[in-house]
Design a binder for this molecule. Structure first.
Ligand SMILES: Cc1cc2nc3c(=O)[nH]c(=O)nc-3n(C[C@H](O)[C@H](O)[C@H](O)COP(=O)(O)OP(=O)(O)OC[C@H]3O[C@@H](n4cnc5c(N)ncnc54)[C@H](O)[C@@H]3O)c2cc1C
Ligand SMILES: NC(=O)C1=CN([C@@H]2O[C@H](COP(=O)(O)OP(=O)(O)OC[C@H]3O[C@@H](n4cnc5c(N)ncnc54)[C@H](O)[C@@H]3O)[C@@H](O)[C@H]2O)C=CC1
Length: 500
């Protein structure tokens, strides 16, 4: 049963029903079975980790389920879920105030309120972000009546979208030279590109594009917006699987990539007409050959001078930590990326307040092969570890940084390939002082290792390489591998035999 609004007190209060908050509350509930743990969340449902599998020392896989909070309360009878957004924190009084008028006093508080999409051109009805179930559904509905969209951004969401969308032309505008800059380098991007082009089965018959009329702006279809007042939890692995991401046309993938550019301006249809400029038709064989003949609801002007019309724009341009409700009168130390700075015990700069997941910025001196990325895996690890730190502080114990922060490890799927990234997989922070070793079989696997002074610092493994555990060990133990040279990646040599 949910706690009733009013005034209540609990030794431990957690804010946020995403993976970080739920994991934190669960761990506290187990460690303190006789205490009530309050989980205060703005979302009507909570996210639960299911089918957790520790794949190797640091790699983990799990499913994420959106569940009614009653299920969490059934599993952990000492968790009380409060469905209301926190609107204010008074850290000096150890109190939070929620939108339903209640106040809760805590001894220890963990803030896990996640992040929000960082949109280009905030406020335009034609620019959509994808974060939670509502925004994903709004995107799906808009796509169902779209013939062309522009995707901006080059990280995880953009990579997933351009591969999953069918029946709709996609202009993909990226700042970088190659696709997927947050996970890959140019070599890996080359390996992945064929999945977006020739090998896709396009059905020969294309529907004729309908013309948009100019008579009265009310006839220009406006995108359906996601409810803006709701603060849902972030989506995660395979979020698109239950959604049909299909536009109005009958072809499979049709993606054109515009590299090294950003969005300069967005023009409404009327503004575009007044501009008296030419917009471009969907390029043929990667080349802009024709001006566009139809009118679109919105136009995107890129910094390379090109203008494309489209139904709407997806801004997949990263996230900003959701710190706003907690800042008023509270002097938190904030990281460069806008998150609440936490030390190696997940403690913020204010007494008795911890933070975990997307909302926080890891401000401790990290292991040389770990870095923060706002990922589901790290949200779970941080939520669990924050609870451990809160418990240790409450009982006056001291604990060491959790092992999961020794090595950055992430397993995911892009373009239908298994992708494992380990350590400094893109030589992050290594400057020029590193070497790369590569092994690539087109359409099958791409293996890249980052070496520094004979030690393995990171790796990207695309495809079923079966190398993750060995490489994880090599990065963790920092063994001098100079003697093995190129044999490290020789497919005819079973490297595991070397190191057993
Ligand atoms: C489309 C998409 C795909 C992704 N795919 C992957 C993936 O494949 N693998 C991966 O590792 N990661 C993925 N991520 C990232 C991952 O989902 C996030 O890093 C992770 O879920 C963050 O968890 P969190 O608990 O910190 O925050 P969230 O999940 O955002 O949860 C925040 C919670 O806080 C609540 N809240 C917010 N404000 C308040 C308030 N004022 N008061 C009370 N409650 C509040 C919200 O309602 C929500 O319940 C993806 C993200 C997106 C958007
Ligand atoms: N499979 C996975 O592991 C996935 C993880 N995620 C996570 O979800 C979160 C949100 O995903 P994304 O929005 O893709 O964020 P992201 O941080 O992964 O990528 C943001 C991208 O936008 C670009 N960008 C930033 N500002 C821009 C601008 N003004 N104009 C053009 N490009 C700009 C950046 O260069 C970067 O390529 C991230 O934390 C991401 O790691 C998302 C999807 C899949």
């Amino acid at each position: 049963m949910a706690a009733t609004p009013g005034k209540a007190r609990s030794r431990f209060v957690v804010v946020g029903g995403g993976i970080a908050g739920v994991t934190c509350a669960e761990k506290l509930a187990v460690d303190f079975p006789s205490e009530d743990i309050f989980l205060v969340t703005a979302s009507p449902v909570i996210k639960a980790v299911t089918n957790f599998r520790q794949v190797s020392k640091t790699l983990e896989e799990f499913d994420v389920e959106e569940q009614p909070s009653s299920l969490l309360e059934q599993r952990y009878p000492n968790i009380k879920v409060i469905h209301s957004a926190v609107k204010q924190l008074k850290s000096d009084e150890h109190k939070i105030f929620t939108e339903d008028g209640s106040e809760y006093t805590y001894e220890k508080l963990c803030l896990c309120a996640g992040a929000k999409p960082k949109l280009i051109f905030e406020g335009s009805p034609y620019v959509l972000g994808i974060r939670d179930t509502d925004s994903a559904k709004a995107f799906q509905k808009n796509l169902a009546r779209a013939e062309r969209i522009v995707v901006v951004g080059n990280g995880g969401i953009a990579l997933e979208l351009v591969y999953e969308i069918e029946g709709c032309e996609v202009i993909w505008a990226i700042k970088d030279k190659a696709i997927g800059n947050t996970f890959f380098d140019a070599g890996a991007a080359e390996f992945l590109i064929p999945k977006l082009t020739a090998e896709k089965q396009e059905t020969p018959i294309e529907c004729k594009r309908t013309k948009y009329t100019m008579e009265g702006s009310e006839k220009i279809e406006r995108p359906i917006a996601a409810p803006s007042d709701k603060l849902g939890s972030a989506l995660g692995p395979d979020w698109h699987e239950g959604l049909q991401l299909k536009g109005t046309k009958e072809f499979s993938h049709k993606v054109h990539i515009e590299i090294l550019c950003e969005v300069k301006k967005i023009h409404s249809q009327q503004e575009f007409i007044q501009l008296q400029q030419t917009s471009l038709a969907f390029p043929k064989e990667g080349k802009n050959v024709e001006p566009d003949e139809v009118l679109w609801p919105v136009y995107v002007e890129l910094t390379n001078g090109k203008i494309y019309g489209c139904n709407f724009i997806v801004s997949a341009t990263g996230v900003v930590p959701n710190v706003k409700p907690f800042l008023d009168s509270n002097n938190f130390a904030i990281g460069e990326d806008g998150g609440l700075k936490v030390d190696k015990h997940m403690h913020t700069s204010l007494p008795d307040i911890y933070a975990a997941g997307d909302i926080c910025t890891a401000a401790w001196e990290p292991s040389p092969v770990w870095h923060q990325m706002r990922l589901w895996t790290q949200a779970r690890q941080m939520g669990w570890y924050a609870a451990k730190c809160m418990a240790a502080d409450a009982s006056g114990e001291s604990i060491d940084l959790d092992f999961s922060f020794e090595l950055f490890a992430h397993v995911t799927k892009f373009f239908n390939y298994k992708v494992v990234v380990l350590g400094k997989f893109n030589a992050q922070g290594l400057g020029l002082d590193h070497e790369l070793m590569l092994r690539c079989t087109k359409g099958q696997e791409y293996v890249k290792v980052v070496m520094q002074n004979g030690r393995m610092m990171g790796a990207v493994l695309i495809g079923e390489t079966d190398l993750e555990e060995t490489f994880e060990n090599l990065i963790l133990n920092q063994m001098d591998l100079s003697a093995y040279g190129e044999d490290l990646l020789n497919p005819d040599i079973d490297i595991e035999d070397y190191f057993d």
